[in-house]
Design a protein around this ligand. Structure first.
Ligand code: AMP
Length: 294
């Protein structure tokens, strides 16, 4: 496994590994984009990628363009050494761990602007995007750049970031990227808390409170399975578990369109309940997200 910082080096390494594996045509490259502080959720993506591709690239990059001015860009956990060990064990070929200057042109540092990929307003300015203006533009921009850098055939994303997955699929379709996007199931701790790099911020008490997010979601699902179809009732049920949390949104949307729905349809995986909530921990607020199909 190689740890690579520069774009040109990664391109050369992928090219020569491809050639050494018998030519350019049937050798597939899989990409797992991450911000590092890897956990079991990331690992599940990496393992799936490893099982389906000849070449596996994991990017570890805390992307400045997807963070707002008052967000946790500076304090976001950076654990490249441990991440690399995990990747090595999982059989990754290349860990791509660039610095912002390896990724963004000098213009970005002098003008605080760069060329962006901006999905439609209605798609990015709801749910997570409502409280994080510009977030999904930053996400699409870095993901688009990683697609161009790696020339990957497949890319793996977690369903935990459901809106992100929806937006990336849309971007790939609308910008004609010749890449297959694979969505992977949410990996949870034994008690149900969705794994997240931000869980490392949580004190013991905050973690207990955070668990109420998944509890609420599971309770709503239970009710939906018993036949309750009204979104408001299901949302109220989930919210009843989330006292003590600063809930930013709880919504039910269609998996296919991400439009809000009032009555959930019959059949599996048509409706998704999504939550974003902030938990007070050691004097600051930790923003967590989770979702469940109803
Ligand atoms: P991040 O490092 O948080 O940007 O996440 C990188 C990728 O890992 C994204 O596609 C996430 O959706 C995915 N991911 C993060 N946490 C989980 C989880 N608990 N289960 C599955 N995928 C996850």
């Amino acid at each position: 496994m190689k740890i690579i910082n520069s774009v040109s080096e990664l391109r050369n390494e992928i090219k020569s590994l491809k050639a050494s594996k018998g030519g350019l045509k049937d050798v597939k490259t899989g990409l797992v984009p991450t911000m590092g502080a890897l956990h079991g959720g990331h690992l599940s993506l990496i393992e799936k990628c490893r099982s389906e591709n000849e070449i596996v690239v994991v990017s570890v990059f805390v992307n400045p363009t997807q963070f707002g001015p008052n967000e946790d860009y500076d304090k976001y956990p950076r654990t490249l050494e441990a991440d690399s060990k995990l990747c090595e064990k999982a059989g990754v070929d290349f860990v791509f761990a660039p610095s912002p200057r390896d990724i963004y042109d000098e213009y970005y540092f002098t003008h605080k602007e760069t060329t962006l990929i901006c999905p439609p307003y209605d798609v990015v300015n709801k749910l997570c995007g409502k409280s994080r203006p510009g977030h999904f533009d930053g996400v699409c921009t870095i993901v688009g750049k990683l697609f161009n850098i790696t020339k990957c055939d497949r890319a793996y994303f977690g369903k935990k970031d459901a809106q992100q997955l929806f937006i990336i699929k849309k971007m790939v379709k609308e910008l004609n990227f010749d890449i297959e996007i694979i969505g992977c199931p949410i990996v949870r701790e034994k008690d149900g808390l969705a794994m997240s790099s931000r869980n490392t911020y949580l004190s013991n008490d905050a973690r207990k409170l955070a668990l109420n997010i998944s509890r609420g979601l599971y309770k709503a699902k239970e009710l939906a399975q018993k036949g309750v179809k009204e979104a408001d009732t299901l949302i109220d049920t989930a919210l009843a578990y989330m006292g003590g949390l600063d809930v930013e949104y709880t919504e039910i949307v269609s998996v296919d369109t991400f439009e809000k729905i009032d009555i959930i349809e019959q059949g599996p995986c048509k409706a998704l309940m999504l939550v974003a909530a902030r938990v007070e921990s050691n004097g600051s607020k930790v923003r967590l997200i989770d979702n469940i199909d109803l």
